[in-house]
Design a protein around this ligand. Structure first.
Ligand code: COA
Length: 132
């Protein structure tokens, strides 16, 4: 399946978090397609903190030859709408520093006061309050 291929090609997944379990445990998958072929997606998962009002954007990917055309931004907006439909008011994610973090910050994501922790040397947690 195309989603699984894009997942494994773009992200390191440990044995416990293989593509099947990522999909089985998620709340929603937002797909972008061209000619009925999936060329990108966002995966929403329950927040790791257990907070019902918050969802985690666990994965966002666009097939490499379709990048830079606004598709990632459109998927991100659709993920925010889906988060609201799921009854949550915040969307959080772990952004790889650099281009990715800039993309999310441009869309209104920021570090929250209670979460200034760096998760590793290259990623920062960013959150957006969808009703503010
Ligand atoms: C991040 C990603 C989803 C963006 O998708 P997209 O369709 O290119 O997004 P848009 O066209 O809406 O926006 C492009 C922006 O993403 C940034 N970007 C981030 N990673 C990028 C990458 N690997 N390749 C191209 N652009 C990337 C670009 O710099 C651009 O920002 P800018 O306009 O400030 O320069 C896509 O690049 C991707 O799938 N990357 C690999 C997977 C990944 O890293 N996911 C996110 C982890 S934080």
């Amino acid at each position: 399946m195309r989603v699984m291929r894009l997942l494994t090609d773009n992200f390191y997944l440990s044995d416990e978090a293989g593509p099947e379990s990522v999909i089985a445990e998620c709340d929603a998958i937002i797909l972008a397609s061209v000619s009925r072929e999936c060329i990108g997606f966002g995966i929403l998962a329950p927040s790791k903190t257990g907070e019902n009002a918050m969802k985690e954007l666990a994965y966002l990917v666009v097939q490499d030859n379709f990048r830079g055309k606004g598709i990632g931004s459109s998927i991100l907006s659709a993920c925010e709408s889906a988060t609201r439909r799921l009854g949550a008011s915040k969307l959080t994610l772990l952004a790889v520093d650099g281009d990715c973090a800039r993309l999310y910050r441009r869309h209104g994501y920021g570090s929250t006061a209670g979460d200034n922790l760096r998760y590793d040397t290259e990623a920062t947690r960013l959150t957006k309050n969808l009703y503010s």
